[in-house]
Design a protein around this ligand. Sequence first.
Ligand code: PLP
Length: 393
Amino acid sequence: MSYNVDEKGYYGQFGGAFIPEMLYPNTDELRRQYIEIMEAPDFQEEFRQLLRDYVGRPTPLYFAKRLSDTFNTKIYLKREDLCHTGAHKVNNTIGQILLAKRLGKNRIIAETGAGQHGVATATVCALMGIECVVYMGEVDIARQAPNVARMKMLGATVKPATSGSRTLKDATNEAIRDWINNPVNTHYIIGSVVGPHPYPDMVARFQSVISEEVQQQLIEKEGTPNPDYVVACVGGGSNAAGLYYHYLDNPEVGIIAVEAAGKGIHTGESAATSALGKVGIIHGSKTLLMQTGDGQITEPYSISAGLDYPGVGPMHANLYTSGRGEFISITDKEAMEAGLLVSKLEGIIPAIETSHAFAIFDHRSFKPEDIVVFNLSGRGDKDLQTYIDYFKL
Ligand SMILES: *Cc1c(COP(=O)(O)O)cnc(C)c1O
């Protein structure tokens, strides 16, 4: 049995492509071509060259000595915060823009919530000189002004989604509508391991460079490619999928997924999808999502915008229900304090999303000889105002 995707686009019972018929030609074109395009030597060459020279890969695998001493185990940090644009998201947007070019597309659309994926998409569109339209909820546009300004500087058009709650879900609906109307010239860059097949698998493959590098780097540092645990925060699940990818079917490596419990799992203000979620369909994928008794999607809440998503990718839904992954929910308060601790102990200010992962030490312990690799998914610069307000700095 494998925890990776099967040929029909499923992870166990999760995944698939539950889409309106009018979208079928678009996703079918992708489904038929993505693996062949991605595995072609000229694609791999261009992808690897950009990851190296533009993104700054390989990112370091850093042994965090003071953090290790504090928690009495061996802690390594995979430094995705050092990627160009400050997080792992660009690994995926670089991959998808190269794929879009090979599909003959000359226009890119994307959805964004906090604006991080919008910025990563606008960045690669500028790099390639391709038109870029980013859909963003009106409420998010007001909340995330710096990222809106970044996208504009990078030449993207930011289109407000004005329906519903005017947040991520509504922006996604607008993007899908656009794609249906522009099936021939437009590629839709989804920002996480969510959406209809083949998106979860395609995005996981682009992000899998993370665990590919960890394997090589651990051989150098520890004489083995395998840590005892890999730990990552999960919003939609792309940075986690990248870190887990080459370890999914290796039972020697424990998988730990960290979700946002917001103000507490059962407070009604949470984004702990696995703990609270039921099987349903969101963004064209069958997965676990937070919903009311009659199937309405519940508004999620987390202090970190990147974890504020009511669903989780199908790979993670399967890791949870199969028991292959250990899922831990972390509150805003626990995450903020862990972020401050890592800053003071290691001189690295993590994104608040990432800070959730560092809060697991209050929930479980490790052996002194355990090798525990954390995905440091992003840097905290974007979150400085939230840290300032929270700690009254
Ligand atoms: C977007 C984001 C996340 C959450 O997205 P995933 O797809 O779950 O990885 C986590 N960390 C950072 C820094 C982000 O920008």
